[in-house]
Structures are given as C-alpha cells and as structure tokens.
Design a protein around this ligand. Structure first.
Ligand code: FAD
Length: 372
C-alpha cells in the first residue's frame, strides 16, 4: 500500500514514522519547509495536567494521551538507534503570588495524578525553595512543583522521527505538494510537475492546509496564529536541570541545556503568514517574563523565533479520514499544544488509516464536523 504524507512538522513526521514501521506500507513524506513552521518555533512544554483547558474533555483526552505516549515513543526511537530526541523530564513550577490560586493548582494536579501518575511527585514550595530550582524567579512567588513535566526540543524530535522513518525506508522529499483527485477519490500528489500515485494521502500541512485542500473541494477552517517566542542566554549558567515556569497565564519560561531560557509566547490572530518579529510582540513576551523572573533582566537577547500555530474554531484538533473525497486523511489544528499531542496524533492517524484498533474515540476530532 502506497501512502503519501504532506507536511514535515511534528504531526507529519510522526505519521510517516509510525506508518514506515508497519510491514507492507510504502511511505513518502513531502515537506515544503515553510518559514514559520510551528514545530521549529515551539517552546516545548508538555504539562497538560494542570491546564485550565482541562475542562474540555475532548482536548484533555488528547493532551493527556500525548504526554503519556512520550515514554513509549522514546522507547521506540531508542530501538531504532536514536538517542537525540530532545526529550527530558525537567519538571514544572506552577507559580503564583496568590496562595488560594496555588491551592487550586495543587488540587488540580492531585486530581490529574489519579489517571496520569507520570506527572510525578507534587510538592508545594515556598519562594526560597522555588528559587533554588529556578534562580531568576521573583520574590513573592510560591510554587507547586510537578516532577514529571516534560521539555521537548521540537526541532530535535522532528529530526529524530525523520531519521528513524528513513531507517524504515520512508522516502522524504522537499517541495510543494498538490493533491490530485479522480472520480471522487484523492489518487496521488503532484510534486512540482511530477505525479506520484498513492492509495491514500494524509495531509499534515499545519496552518497552510486550507490552500492545499481547497482544490479538491475540502474547506478546513484553520487559521494561522502567529507566535513570537524569545530566546535568552544567561552566560555561564548551567540551566540544564532548571524546571519550566508556568504562571497562571498563557506565558511561560523553559530552560534548555546551553544556558538558554525560552520565554513565550505571543498568540496573535489575524496576522496571516506575516513572518516578522515585531516590537509589540517581543515587548509583550519580555514584559511578561520579567514580571515573573526579574532575574532575567541581564540575560542576553539571543534570538526570536516565529511560528504559525494551526488553530481551528473550537480549538480542537482535526484527526480523521474524510468521507468526501475518499483516499484522504487529515491531522491538523494542534494549536498551542501540538508538541504535546503531535507525536500521539501522528500515531493515531496512522493507525486509523490502516484500520487498526486505537483505544480512543476520534469522533470529536472529525475533520468534517463543521460541514453539517
Ligand atoms: P507545522 O509544524 O507548522 O508543520 C507543517 C508543515 O507542512 C510545514 O513544514 C510546511 O512547510 C508543510 N506544508 C504546508 N503545505 C505544504 C505543501 N503544500 N506541500 C508540502 N509541505 C507543506 N505546543 C506544545 O505542546 N507545547 C509548547 O510549549 C508549544 N509552544 C509553542 C510556541 C510557539 C511560539 C508556537 C508557534 C507553537 C507552540 N506549540 C507548542 C504548538 C506546536 O508547535 C504546534 O501545534 C505544532 O508544531 C504543529 O505541528 P504541525 O506538524 O501540525 O504543523
């Protein structure tokens, strides 16, 4: 069976990797490597258990499942000879100046632990103890520490999946793909002017998917949401074990091994694919970071990354096989949680396409749910 995957971000690479591991499946992935690929800009926080979005059951099911799936994925990648997958359990400090808010966070974490023991130990920390773990943190912030929170380097994980897929004989190509359709069935892809026939095509094209799908009569209500994210460096600091910082807002901080702190991120709707670092975007992110971690004021401004999150109207992903046209599946709409859900979503769409048992009801994520 010949399957073509379009899009080489976290969703597409995971899909191609899982398909390539199956016997008898011939996989090609085509990626246009757009500027602003969300995976390349993503911060890398995987800590859904205390999210305020937890009340949305369908969202939480995928996010929790995605976080849970990481252990199995890392095992698989290790079997495939990979050791640089950009995954580390560094833990999280959920911070607040308000003790009542910390009570709520602690309760939320303890509730979540019943179904997700991998979130690790939960500890309430006073300001000094929290600062021992993350020295730039401001005075007055207490914290709830979750030892099992995961940090992902999206670029490294994407590249590990790609190398492992190639080991399983996936063919990875660069360029712009266009869908081909005949008699109500997607039957292949044009890469530049060459037609590549396929039994099935999976579109994992992120925020660019609507323009790819329109010519075959599919309207996918996805919009790009621009995210600007600032990378700072604290010269000579060993940040490799610092936990991520999660205030009760949409902003956050995350440390990486090379003395780097990532502070994110703007969530800008209506920008289209305007790939620019803006004064307002950078100010917004820095103001928020410095209000929580004033100790970062003397860090070096290293770079700003820009990515376009694929966001749908109900903020739920699209994962499923299309009724019309046939021969087409979609994995998209991962929004601000795609590094959490993406590897799992790729496995799910691969299993669904091959008719395998999945252990999850995918109907809330059906790509045609807005068509009725
Ligand atoms: P993308 O990574 O955008 O990949 C889509 C790919 O499709 C691109 O490479 C593009 O070139 C290709 N493509 C499009 N059209 C075509 C075509 N016609 N032919 C060939 N190829 C095509 N998530 C978390 O869980 N935790 C976080 O901390 C986090 N932080 C984030 C911070 C920022 C600033 C941003 C922007 C995102 C963040 N996310 C986070 C979200 C996450 O990064 C995204 O949800 C996820 O990367 C989306 O992956 P994707 O594969 O669907 O899309």
């Amino acid at each position: 069976m010949k399957i073509i995957v379009i899009g080489g971000g976290i969703a597409g690479m995971s899909t191609a990797y899982h398909l390539a591991r199956e016997d008898g499946i011939d996989v090609t992935l085509i990626d246009q490597t757009h500027e602003g690929q969300a995976t390349a800009a993503g911060a890398g926080i995987v800590c859904p258990w205390i999210s305020e979005r937890k009340d949305n059951q369908a969202w939480y099911e995928l996010a929790r499942g995605g976080a849970h799936y990481y252990e199995a994925l890392v095992e698989r990648l290790t079997e495939d000879g990979e050791d640089r997958w950009g995954f580390k359990r560094v833990g999280a400090l959920a911070v607040s100046e308000d003790e009542t808010e910390l009570d709520d966070i602690e309760k939320s974490a303890r509730d979540a632990k019943q179904t997700s023991p991998e979130l690790g130990d939960i500890k309430r920390l006073a300001n000094e103890a929290a600062k021992d773990l993350f020295p730039p943190l401001g005075d007055g912030f207490g914290a709830v520490h979750l030892s099992g929170a995961i940090r992902i380097d999206g670029r490294q994980l994407r590249d590990a999946l790609k190398r492992a897929a190639i080991k399983h004989h996936a063919d990875i190509r660069q360029g712009e793909a266009r869908l081909a359709k005949e008699d109500g069935q997607v039957n292949g892809v044009y890469l530049e002017e060459t037609f590549h026939p396929a039994d099935h095509v999976i579109v994992a094209a992120g925020a660019w998917a609507p323009e790819l799908l329109a010519p075959v009569g599919v309207t996918l209500p996805i919009e790009p949401q621009r995210g600007q994210i600032v990378h700072l460096q604290i010269p000579e600091a060993d940040t490799s074990k610092w936990p991520m910082i999660l205030p009760r807002t949409s902003y956050y901080m995350l440390a990486f091994d090379d003395s780097r702190i990532v502070a994110g991120a703007s969530r800008e709707n209506g920008t289209g694919f305007d790939y620019r670092q803006t004064a307002g975007g950078v100010r917004e992110v820095l103001e928020s970071a410095l209000s929580v971690a004033p100790g970062l004021a003397q860090s070096t401004l290293y770079e700003t990354r820009i990515g376009f999150r694929p966001v749908g109207p109900d903020h739920l992903p699209f994962i499923g096989c299309m009724e019309t046209p046939k021969g087409l599946s979609i994995v998209n709409g991962l929004g601000p949680s795609g590094l959490t859900m993406g590897p799992y979503a790729g496995k799910l769409i691969s299993d669904l396409t091959l008719g395998k048992e999945m252990g999850i009801d995918l109907s809330p994520y059906h790509p045609e749910r807005f068509d009725k």
